[in-house]
Design a protein around this ligand. Structure first.
Ligand code: 5GP
Ligand code: MN
Length: 337
C-alpha cells in the first residue's frame, strides 16, 4: 500500500467504514468485501458493505458479519446517508467508476478517505490509498496480503478465511487459470492450515445447483452451442425468453461459458445473455489470448487476460454480429494461439 503510515494513523482510531464493490458482485467481490468487513470490525471500526446491485443467490451461504445493503430504488436515502457519514470508503474488485452504477455519484462526491484494493487493469478510481496489483489472481489475494502486511494475520478466523477462499477459488476457476499465482496456492494452503474446510467451500460454490439449473444447462448445451473451429471459438447466446421459460435468475448462467472453453482446441469462448437493461457479454480465453483487449477495444468492457466482459446496449443478434466481425480481426491470433 502507498502512504501506509498515513493509513495506519487514520485507522488507529475507530472509523465509520463503507465497503463497496462492483455491480452483480461475484464471489471475489462479495467474499473480499465481507472478509474485509469482518477484519475491520474486529479492529473496532464500524463497517457497512453496500453493493450497487443484488448478488447471485449461490453466494447466500457467505458469512455476513453485518447486514449487506443492496442498493435499490427504495433504500437510496439509506445508502446515501451511509456514504455521507463514512470516514473511509473501501473500493474492492473494480477499477472504473461506472461499475458502481448509481453508487458512483456517492463515491465521487465523498469527502471520506478512499482506499482502492483491486487487481483490474487501468484503474481510474481516485483513491488516497491503493493496493493495486493487476498480476494478483483475485482481490481476495490482496485482502489476505493486506491483513498480513498490517500484522493482523492472527485475526483471520473461519469467516474471513471463507470469504477470501471463495474469491480465490472462483477468480482462478478452482486454481486452474493461467492467472493463478503461486501466492494464490500459498494463501489457500495457509487458510486450510488455519482450519478452513476447502472441500465444503467448493461444494457450496459448485455443487449446490437447483435441479432446474442443471436441466437448463442441458438445454443450452444441446441446443445453443455455436462451434467455430475456423476461429478456435465457441459461444452461446441465451435470450430473455429462455431465461424466463426456465425460471433462471441472476447467477444461474454463471459458469456456462466454461463449457464452451472446455472443447478441444478452443482458444476463445463467449456467452451473450439478454438481461433486462443490457446485453451481457462474457469472454474466456486460453493462455496468452487477450480476452480483456477484445472486451475493452470493441465492447467498452474490461477484465483480465483470460476472463473479461462487457454490458452492451446492442440486442443479442446485433451483438453476435459484432462479435463475429471481431473474430475476423483476431482470426490469425486465434489460430496461432
Ligand atoms: P464475467 O464474465 O464473469 O461477468 O466477468 C469476467 C471479468 O470481466 C470480471 O472479472 C470483470 O473484471 C470483467 N468485467 C465483466 N463485465 C465488465 C464490464 O462491464 N466492464 C468492465 N470494465 N469489466 C467487466
Ligand atoms: Mn476479482
Amino acid at each position: 500500500m502507498n502512504n501506509i503510515d498515513e493509513y495506519r494513523s487514520l485507522m488507529s482510531q475507530p472509523q465509520k467504514v463503507v465497503i463497496t464493490t462492483h455491480q452483480v458482485p461475484d464471489a471475489d467481490a462479495l467474499g473480499s468485501s465481507l472478509a474485509l468487513s469482518r477484519y475491520l470490525s474486529k479492529l473496532g471500526h464500524q463497517t457497512k458493505v453496500i453493493t450497487p446491485t443484488e448478488y447471485p443467490s449461490f453466494l447466500d451461504w457467505l458469512p455476513k458479519p453485518n447486514e449487506v445493503i443492496v442498493f435499490n430504488s427504495e433504500n437510496k436515502t439509506i445508502c446515501e446517508e451511509q456514504f455521507d457519514a463514512a470516514d473511509v470508503i473501501f473500493c474492492l474488485d473494480f477499477s472504473s467508476y461506472h461499475r458502481l452504477q448509481e453508487l458512483e455519484k456517492y463515491l465521487k462526491n465523498t469527502s471520506a478517505k478512499v482506499v482502492l484494493i483491486d487487481h483490474h487493469l487501468h484503474p481510474n478510481v481516485i483513491a488516497d490509498f491503493e493496493v493495486w496489483q493487476p498480476e494478483a489472481a483475485a482481490t481476495a489475494e490482496l485482502i489476505y496480503q493486506f491483513i498480513e502486511d498490517m500484522g493482523d494475520k492472527s485475526l483471520i478466523d473461519t469467516h474471513i478465511a471463507e470469504g477470501i477462499y471463495a474469491g480465490l477459488a472462483t477468480d482462478t476457476l478452482s486454481f486452474k487459470l493461467g492467472t493463478t499465482t503461486p501466492d494464490a496456492h500459498k494463501i489457500a494452503a495457509n487458510l486450510i492450515q488455519l482450519g478452513l474446510d476447502s472441500a465444503k467451500i467448493h461444494r457450496l460454490i459448485y455443487d449446490n445447483n437447483r435441479v432446474e439449473k442443471i436441466k437448463f444447462l442441458g438445454y443450452i448445451l444441446q441446443n445453443k452451442l455455436v462451434h467455430l473451429p475456423e476461429f478456435k471459438t465457441a459461444y452461446f447466446i441465451i435470450t430473455a425468453e429462455e431465461l424466463k421459460r426456465f425460471g433462471m435468475g441472476l447467477g444461474d448462467t454463471e459458469g456456462i461459458v466454461n463449457y464452451a472453453l472446455s472443447i478441444e482446441n478452443i482458444v476463445l469462448a463467449a456467452i451473450i445473455i439478454e438481461r433486462a437493461e443490457y446485453t451481457k457479454l462474457s469472454l474466456r480465453s486460453i493462455a496468452q489470448f487477450p480476452a480483456n483487449e477484445v472486451a475493452e477495444k470493441y465492447f467498452q468492457g474490461g477484465g483480465h487476460r483470460n476472463a473479461a466482459g462487457a454490458n452492451c446496449a446492442e440486442n443479442s443478434q446485433e451483438l453476435e454480429k459484432k462479435f463475429l466481425d471481431v473474430l475476423n480481426i483476431y482470426q490469425n491470433q486465434l489460430l496461432n494461439s
